[in-house]
Ligand binder design. Structure first.
Ligand code: SF4
Length: 223
């Protein structure tokens, strides 16, 4: 199978030979954690989802709440076959691939095998590395510390911008201009910055094309 084919989105699970399946299953990813939980934020809030958190990130957000994900050498490498098996065994209907920055890795083997197993594939990314994989839903969470690549914008389903100050609202608009017209636009308060909440509420009321995303999993104490 040509792993360089850039299909990115909404491709049906490819019919591939057992030899090719075996080859994909052997591909390893540095994995910080994977678990079945509730999607707590964004457009799919409230849906049960299998989270796959790859390790490795080169974006360096100072407020990052998963800094332990940054160094991929500190995490085990796990075969695609094992990750997909765990996701299937969980009973989840969709998988969220997050990080770290998941696009530091070629996601085609993992996403192809997840889709063949019947799961939707979602990704949450800063968009700062090239797109890869077969993805049903792309959430772009752009970071000023390492900007998204222009090639990512045409594929974005959901733009979710973390807001601490007014500067982030300008950053959100700058990114929204590059997204397709039907992209869901969401502003999300940074968890440790409560003053961002009135800022966002006021902004969304004046600019109703935007909505608010809250990290609801933190309110109900699920990972
Ligand atoms: S892109 Fe995500 S994982 Fe990477 S530093 Fe920023 S918040 Fe943390």
């Amino acid at each position: 199978m040509n792993t360089q084919i850039k299909m990115f989105k909404k491709e049906k699970a490819a019919k591939i030979s057992s030899e090719e399946v075996n080859a994909l299953d052997k591909i390893e990813y540095p994995l910080m954690e994977d678990f079945y939980t509730i999607q707590g934020e964004g457009a799919h809030t409230g849906r049960p989802a299998y989270f796959i958190r790859t390790a490795g990130c080169d974006v360096n957000c100072w407020w990052c709440d998963v800094k332990e994900s940054w160094d991929e050498e500190k995490h085990p490498r796990v075969k695609t076959k094992e990750i997909v098996k765990r996701a299937v065994d969980s009973g989840a209907k969709f998988a969220v691939i997050t990080g770290g920055e998941p696009l530091l890795h070629n996601l085609e083997p993992l996403t192809v095998r997840l889709k063949q197993a019947g799961l939707e594939t979602h990704i949450e990314t800063s968009g700062s590395s090239p797109l890869s994989g077969q993805l049903d839903w792309i959430t772009l969470s752009p970071k000023r510390f390492k900007k998204p690549l222009d090639e990512v914008f045409p594929y974005v389903d959901e733009l979710k911008v973390v807001v601490l100050t007014n500067k982030d609202l300008a950053w959100a608009e700058e990114n929204a201009k590059k997204c397709p017209p039907n992209t869901q636009l969401l502003l999300q308060p940074e968890w440790e910055t409560p003053k961002s909440i009135p800022l966002i509420v006021d902004y969304v009321k004046k600019n109703p094309q935007w909505g608010i995303s809250l990290q609801t999993h933190k309110f109900i104490n699920v990972p």
